[in-house]
Design a protein around this ligand. Structure first.
Ligand SMILES: NC(=O)c1ccc[n+]([C@@H]2O[C@H](COP(=O)([O-])OP(=O)(O)OC[C@H]3O[C@@H](n4cnc5c(N)ncnc54)[C@H](O)[C@@H]3O)[C@@H](O)[C@H]2O)c1
Length: 458
């Protein structure tokens, strides 16, 4: 096997992870088939239109078009596949456990159609609890047995660490690639798939240049169980780091310190690092909330208490309501007031609103009897589709949102909000009050424009 040889790869699940991975692997020269059960997604992708907002993705989609095809039909393309990557969703159940029904459904389909004479390597990229690589193997074997076939294939675990908003960058220039495999052939095939990234032999796309000083990523080779746990450990740590600075933002407010300066002074310590030390209205998104709850569920199954992670979750629950507390302090009466919300996405540069702090804040404001106006540069369509019943006023611009408002609340750190003309916007408001839930604005500039400014922990 030559490391430079290109592979036939099938990716099942064409969401944030599957689509990014597919497009990048295609760009690197592999022949990729992206499968999704959602026909509307496949239709759009076939026409070269991205189904998610991710900077640079649409350009790369066009550049890799010859290498990547999209289909709804897994069975047909499985025949030639050397690698099948599972990248479907793994949402949380009510009790915090992970819903593996999508993963298992894919495993069953693979077992029904796999060519037993040339079995592909199955790679699990979805975030899944420990033991899932084995579970996938069992499900595929059950289907093979029904076909009277033996069980000769491997399942490797290859957790994904990309961040929405910089998904292409993270995939092309990762810090590390983690592979959990029980046999050397499986490991070598994963190594071959990622060879252009591990060795950085590709020409960087124009929209995602290689960062200066980037050093080759490590390949962490381990057992499937450790690989699965690495993903949860990483996400629980990052979520805890944010909750940690959020907890300190409360004491900063009490003693009259500025958490932005505190975080800067702390983050310059290389043992700590500056990332994930931004105080704000709490973490959300499609990963941290469900992954934190999932590892707590696993802990409970093993009678293993995880008080630190539990506390991170509790701090975050309270943090999401900080914006409401601040509005109550500043306006006194929220009922009957008009509140403008700037930002619906759980963070900037994505259209993902899953578990976004905005959801909780808007729901609470509506329950309190406020009139709520909202604006987000990208995520508004998704929010409107998901919360069609909510009585909120959708605005075309940040300026429209400000008009007649008693207060503005920033919930997503979109760059666009840095460049607004606050003096002009303030002139159209009933009260010049702003709650900066992401500590992103220049407090002095806002105060000079006549605003009462309230950040988080400052
Ligand atoms: N989004 C992230 O930033 C991120 C980062 C790292 C890891 N992950 C993990 O990666 C996994 C996927 O996340 P995502 O955000 O890409 O999910 P997503 O919801 O955006 O996409 C999942 C896709 O799988 C498709 N699907 C479901 N069942 C299918 C089936 N049987 N056949 C074909 N397609 C099927 C869905 O239609 C959907 O398009 C999750 O386990 C998640 O935790 C996500």
């Amino acid at each position: 096997m030559k490391m430079s040889e290109k592979l036939n790869i099938v990716i099942v699940g064409t969401g944030y992870v599957g689509l990014t991975t597919g497009v990048v692997l295609g760009y690197l020269g592999h022949r990729v088939t992206c499968v999704d059960q959602d026909m509307a997604k496949i239709d759009k992708l076939e026409r070269g239109i991205s189904t998610i907002y991710e900077p640079g993705l649409e350009e790369l989609l066009i550049q890799s078009a010859a290498q990547v095809k999209f289909t709804k039909d897994l069975l047909r393309d499985l025949v030639d596949a050397q690698v099948v990557i599972i990248a479907v969703g793994t949402p949380a159940k009510e009790n915090g456990d992970t819903d593996l029904s999508y993963v298992e459904a894919v495993a069953r389909e693979i077992g029904m159609a796999m060519d037993v004479l040339k079995p592909p390597l199955i790679i699990n990229k979805s975030t899944v609890p420990v033991g899932t690589a084995r579970r996938v193997e069992t499900v595929i074997c059950e289907e093979l047995e029904k076909r009277g076939q033996g069980c000769h294939f491997s399942v490797a675990s290859n957790p994904e660490f990309l961040r929405e908003g910089s998904a292409l960058y993270d995939t092309l220039y990762p810090d590390r690639i983690v592979v959990g495999a029980n046999d050397i052939n499986a490991l070598n095939l994963v190594r071959q798939m990622y060879a252009p990234i591990l060795e950085q032999t590709f020409n960087p796309p124009q929209s995602v240049p290689r960062p200066e000083g980037y050093s080759l990523p490590a390949l962490v080779s381990t057992s499937p169980t450790s690989a699965e746990l690495i993903k949860y450990t990483a996400n629980a740590f990052l979520a805890t780091k944010i909750s940690f600075i959020n907890e300190f933002s409360a004491i900063a407010e009490k003693v009259g310190a500025d958490i932005v300066e505190v975080a800067k002074g702390v983050g310059l310590d290389r043992r700590i690092g500056a990332g994930f030390l931004k105080a704000g209205v709490g973490w959300g998104g499609s990963c941290f909330p469900k992954d934190v709850r999932s590892i707590l569920f696993t802990g409970s199954q093993y009678n293993c208490e995880m008080p630190l992670v539990q506390a991170a979750l509790e701090v975050n629950r309270r943090q999401k309501l900080k914006a409401i507390e601040k509005l109550q302090q500043l306006l006194k009466v929220v009922r009957g007031s008009t509140i403008g919300i700037l930002g619906l996405a759980f963070k900037a540069d994505t259209d993902d609103i899953r578990e976004s702090p905005a959801i909780e804040v808007i729901k609470t404001l509506l329950e309190m009897g406020a009139r709520v106006k909202v604006y987000d540069p990208i995520a508004m369509k998704k929010y409107r589709q998901t919360y069609a019943d909510q009585q909120v006023v959708y605005c075309g611009t940040a300026e429209d949102t400000a008009s007649d408002a008693d207060a503005l609340v920033i919930l997503t750190d979109w760059d666009e909000f840095l460049h607004l003309s606050w003096a002009e916007m303030g002139a159209t408001m009933k009260n010049k009050v702003i709650v900066d839930g992401r500590n992103m604005l220049d407090r002095e500039q806002l105060q000079q424009a006549g605003f009462t400014y309230s950040g988080i922990g400052r």
